[in-house]
Write a protein that binds this ligand. Structure first.
Ligand SMILES: Cc1cc2nc3c(=O)[nH]c(=O)nc-3n(C[C@H](O)[C@H](O)[C@H](O)COP(=O)(O)O)c2cc1C
Length: 404
């Protein structure tokens, strides 16, 4: 149940979202009743899982999921070897029409993938005819490719990205066109520029990261084990959030295009971070697959209270607000001297900061002879912040070296 009464609506390419929280193209949007349940819970929009023309073969393999667990936490990262939806456009267009009729105030987007110009354009026309709000084009699906290299994703080719974005845009009479890219490229800005040159209205950044999820050291088979063999997975979830943030910032700093973010958000705070570096809406997948649709309550409440506390009227007021604070390394202050400081009351005497500083940093921490409380040597500590990141009790912080 949500407790706020703030207007969280946003405008994205002329489409009004009741809130900026959207389900990305993935299993949580691959079934009509599931999307109904999501909309009943309060999600602002949904991108129906990537569909294709009826003649496109889609053969899934199972099992398709594996995960990175770390230090007792499940699903730090989720890996999948899923493909696009098994449901073709004939099924998806009926679902989209039904959802638009039943939930006119929610945004229904559909993700599409074609392998030829007429397929892309047919998909667009059929979806516009049933009233979808937004067309999202998957240029980063593991299946099919119109790029220059066999096996490469479409968005890994600058020329193909521009060309296919142009085809889709030429076919779209009414709907904004969003291009979903891959972060697995040398220069994300060049891809975003190609999306813009192709005439698309917005960019969806940045999808899963290609990964090998781990190996069974007894059988030598990577995860997930599909009858004795495996392949590369798409890594999603909290592990990839920092990569997504960087991708968003890179695009937002250099290319003028509205952005819908995807890759790693779990909490309202994650979503706010993505908005601060340029996103207008934020898409969720792994967090919903892990915790369910009801996380939308916390997302809405958290954002509402954050805006209230900071004195912002609308979610759009925070979009891009952090970008001015991101500079190239050469532009960072060289004359800013800092040092670690210890809050003795919080210290649990675990020795972890001492060990890390001794073997991984500047040997600037000693342990008290009798009480084992860390002591920071101001002549050796440059304030690298390793100890702060390691301390499990938040007993360390970085302060100005001159005490100011
Ligand atoms: C099992 C699974 C299937 C997915 N299928 C699609 C798809 O069909 N089309 C697409 O564009 N993205 C697909 N994705 C990617 C998600 O939409 C999303 O961009 C990605 O998981 C990163 O977001 P997250 O960290 O919130 O999960 C899929 C992701 C998962 C986990």
């Amino acid at each position: 149940m949500i407790t706020h009464n703030r207007d969280l609506s946003v405008d994205f390419c002329g489409v009004r979202f009741p809130n900026p929280f959207v389900l990305s193209a993935a299993p949580p949007t691959d079934d009509l009743d599931m999307v109904r349940a999501a909309f009943d819970s309060g999600w602002g929009g949904a991108v129906l899982k990537t569909t294709s023309v009826e003649t496109e073969p889609v053969q899934l393999v199972y099992p398709m999921m594996s995960a990175v667990h770390y230090d007792g936490r499940r699903i730090v990262g989720l890996g999948n070897i899923d493909l696009i939806s098994e449901h073709h456009i004939d099924v998806v267009e009926r679902r989209a029409e039904t959802l638009k009729r039943e939930y006119p105030d929610r945004v229904v987007a559909v993700s599409i993938m074609g392998s030829k110009k007429d397929e892309w354009q047919t998909l667009v026309k059929r979806l516009e005819a049933v009233g979808v709000d937004i067309i999202e084009c998957s240029f980063s699906c593991p299946q099919g490719s119109m790029g220059e290299e066999p096996g490469a994703m479409l968005a890994q080719s600058i020329d193909a990205t521009e060309r296919v974005a142009g085809w889709v845009k030429a076919a779209a009479q009414r709907c904004p066109v969003v291009i979903k890219i891959t972060p697995q490229v040398t220069n994300i800005v060049k891809v975003a520029e190609a999306v813009k040159r192709g005439g698309a209205d917005a960019i969806c950044a940045a999808n899963t990261i290609p990964a090998l999820m781990g190996l069974d050291v007894d059988t030598y088979v990577p995860y997930p084990n599909v009858n004795g063999r495996s392949t590369y997975s798409g890594l999603s979830g909290p592990a990839i959030k920092p990569l997504t943030l960087r991708t968003l910032a890179e695009i937002a700093r250099q290319v003028e295009l509205p952005i819908t973010a995807t890759g790693g958000p779990v909490t309202w705070r994650d979503a706010v971070e993505m908005m601060l570096v340029g996103a207008t809406t934020v898409q969720f997948c792994t967090a919903v697959m892990h915790y369910g649709y009801d996380i939308i309550d916390d997302l809405q409440d958290g954002l509402a209270f954050y805006l209230e506390e900071k004195g912002f009227a609308h979610p759009a007021d925070i979009t891009g607000r952090a970008l001015g604070n991101i500079v190239n390394h050469a532009e960072l202050a060289r004359d800013h001297k800092v040092i670690s400081a210890l809050n003795k009351e919080r210290c649990v005497k675990c020795d972890l900061c001492y060990i890390a500083c001794r073997d991984g940093a500047h040997q600037a921490i000693k342990l008290g002879q009798t009480d084992r409380v860390p002591e920071i040597d101001p002549d050796r500590c440059p304030g690298c912040r390793l100890c702060v990141t390691i301390c499990p009790a938040d007993a360390l912080s970085i302060v100005a070296a001159d005490g100011s």
